[in-house]
Structure formats: C-alpha cells, structure tokens
Write a protein that binds this ligand. Structure first.
Ligand code: SF4
Length: 391
C-alpha cells in the first residue's frame, strides 16, 4: 500500500519525506509539483533527484477521484460527480463570475445534520471524506480548468466549503486541506477567500478560530430557536444565543470583520415581515456585544421530498429591504447552475445512507414547523405552519 500524497499538508509531506530520508526542501519541491503544477507522475518532476523519484515510485502515488459525470450549465457553472467508492459519489461545483472563480467543495458523503431544506440532508450520511478526497476536488478542477480555459495562471480564486456535508463534523480531515489551500507552495489562496460554512458546530468553530481562521459562513435560516430546531436540527444541541456568541468570539480571529449568515427563504415558513423584525432584534441584541454580520438571502431550490416552497421574489426583496432598513448589510444570492441541479441546497451526489438520518429526516417532515411571531405588545404568539407535501 503506497501513500496518497494528496492526504498531506506541507507539514505532513515533510514528515513523509523525512521517513524516506529526505530533507524538508524536497517536500516543498514535491508539494509544488503536485499542487501548483498538477503533476502526478514522479518521473516528470524534473528537479527531483533520481533517487527520490525512485523512492516515490515505490512508496507513494497521487490519487485523483474517478469522474462519474461532468455537466456544464448554460450560465457557465460546471458540476462534477466524483466516485468515492462503495456506492458513494460526491459533487463539486465551479461557479465563474467576472472577477473570480469559486469552487464549492464537499466534505462528507451525505450529511448527518439533516437540514429540512437541503437535498444532501435528505439522503442521510455515509462517511467523512479524507483530506485527500477533499483536496482532490480542488487539485483536479484547478488543473482541468487551466487547460479548459487555456490559462497559465490560477483559475480558482475562492473556495467555499458549502458542498455536501457539514465540514466542521469532519474537522481532522478538513484542517490539513484548509492549510494546503492557503499554502503559498500549493494554491496560495487568501484566508478571506476560503470560506467554511457550518450549521453551527460550536466547539469546532472555537477550534477553527485557533487553528486556521478563514472566512466563516453560518447557516442561520430562522430568527428563533423554535423554528431553527425544526429547520436545522443541530440547533437543539447548540441554540441560537450560544451560536451567535460564538460567532462574536470568532471575529477576534477572522480574516474578515463580519460573519456571513445564510438564510434560505422558505415560503410561509421563515419569510414573513414579523420574522424579519425578530431577526433584526436578535442581531441588534448581539451587536451590543460586538457581533458584525452580513446576510445572504438564498432563494430555496425546491426538490421533491422537501415539502417546502421557494418564497416569491417580491417576498425575498421585501425581507431584504426590512433588514437593510435596519442597517444590516443584506444581499440576495443569485441562483446559479440550477439547470444542472448545482445550485445551493441541490447537491445530492449518490450516498448509501449508513445511518438512520434519512429516516429521521422523513419523520421530521411530518412535524409542523413552529415559529414565534411577536405581537404588537412584544410578547410572542405561537404560530405553526405545516409544510405542504406537494411543492
Ligand atoms: S445544509 Fe449543510 S449541514 Fe444542513 S443537511 Fe445540508 S449539507 Fe448538511
């Protein structure tokens, strides 16, 4: 069994090379060949000593992920389906824009969090990806796209860990992958341009702040615990007040001076003016302690099993205006790649559910969605909405 060198950050590769009796600078050379040049054949690494190339042939390899499909959207997005073995497949999406190229990377085959509006969450969970499987998505796509666009320089300028999976539930594999993305001998991405998106795994947000602070996006989706418990089940373990306090603490380390809150707009569920006001009150409360944030409103991308509907465009705009009127920077995300099911919340790959997550999510759909609407007197009035099973 030889080692897959995509599994290592530079420190790991230096340790591997030391095990072969090689000095650290050899690891740096090797790291550059693999990540900067996209070379996987040791014979083509021309400045490595012949003796090292021979050792590498015996003890190492660079493992790309087999591609099951590649689809190109009318708007230029490209989606790949990669085989990660044992019946599991994961998705990766490239989103081109005028001033940047963003790659959306998966961190797990499936997801155990089970958010109600997310296609991945409905599939259940198979397993964590390894560091090599996370990095292989960037390694392959970056070098494919350079050839595709006939460019010498870097094509992918931004990475978002927003594909399949909750990245902070796969922290030990995520960390070396993030370090490699940032390493000047590899991809050299700015911390501000690498974003980890989480549903709110609090202890791991604390760890990320210490180990590798990159931009943080948090899937909020609700202005109170009642509703968020239902939409993002992890909220039952890590409720909103604790989550927002943790976000405030993260800002001391973050490369950007704000946290991005993602808010998926669901018709009749979380898109009402009363809920915008509740959100404003919540953010103002935490702003007193130093929370600075931006909101990203995401039009829901419906899928058959969700039983949920996309908010009307006017409702999304109205919600955005209410937040903006309260001084909260708010944008509405442009839907990209929806003709190839590559838009936010649509990534589903192909996952063998080895847990009971899919069952739990199915049962959860039968529960009514509760939210607390403030009355004119300020007291909460309980409301409930039952999601329509026929979107
Ligand atoms: S939104 Fe993210 S955390 Fe929630 S189920 Fe989907 S992949 Fe998992």
């Amino acid at each position: 069994m030889t080692a897959n060198l995509l599994e290592f950050d530079l420190e790991g590769l230096a340790a591997f090379c030391a095990g072969l009796g090689e000095k650290r600078f050899r690891a740096t050379q090797l790291f550059r060949w693999i990540h900067q040049c996209g070379v996987d054949d040791f014979e083509n690494m021309s400045d490595l000593a012949k003796s090292l190339r021979q050792k590498l042939q015996l003890h190492a390899h660079v493992a790309a992920l087999p591609i099951l499909s590649q689809q190109m959207s009318a708007d230029g997005c490209i989606k790949w389906l990669f085989d990660v073995g044992a019946g599991d497949a994961i998705e990766t999406v490239f989103i081109p824009e005028d001033d940047r190229g963003t790659l959306c990377i998966s961190s797990q085959a499936g997801c155990a969090v089970g958010c109600r509006f997310c296609a991945t969450g409905h599939q259940g969970f198979s397993r964590n990806l390894s560091t090599g499987e996370i990095l292989a998505q960037l390694w392959f796509t970056e070098h494919f796209l350079r050839k595709h666009f006939q460019r010498e320089e870097r094509v992918i300028s931004n990475v978002v860990m927003m594909g399949m999976g909750e990245p902070l539930q796969n922290y030990s594999a995520l960390l070396p992958a993030l370090k490699t993305m940032l390493d000047d001998h590899a991809y050299g991405l700015s911390r501000r341009r690498v974003t980890v998106s989480t549903s709110g795994v609090l202890p791991m947000i604390t760890r990320l702040a210490q180990d590798c602070p990159v931009a943080l996006a948090v899937s909020l989706h609700a202005p109170n615990d009642n509703l968020r418990d239902n939409l993002v089940p992890l909220n039952r373990k890590y409720p909103l007040a604790a989550l927002l306090s943790e976000c405030t603490a993260y800002l001391k380390h973050a490369p950007r001076d704000f946290i991005t809150f993602e808010y998926c707009m669901l018709e009749g569920v979380n898109d009402q003016p009363e809920q915008a006001q509740e959100l404003i009150d919540l953010i103002r409360l935490h702003a007193k302690n130093g929370l600075r944030c931006k909101f990203n409103l995401i039009p829901f991308n419906p899928f058959a099993e969700s039983g949920l509907r996309r908010s009307a465009d006017e409702q999304v705009q109205k919600f955005a205006r209410l937040l903006q009127g309260a001084g909260i920077v708010t944008t509405v995300r442009k839907t990209r790649g929806d003709d190839i099911a590559a838009a936010c919340g649509q990534l589903a790959g192909d996952v063998q559910d080895r847990t009971r997550v899919a069952q739990r999510v199915a049962a959860q759909r039968a529960e009514p969605i509760h939210w607390m609407a403030p009355t004119p007197q300020g007291a909460g009035a309980d409301r409930s909405v039952t999601a329509d099973p026929k979107p």
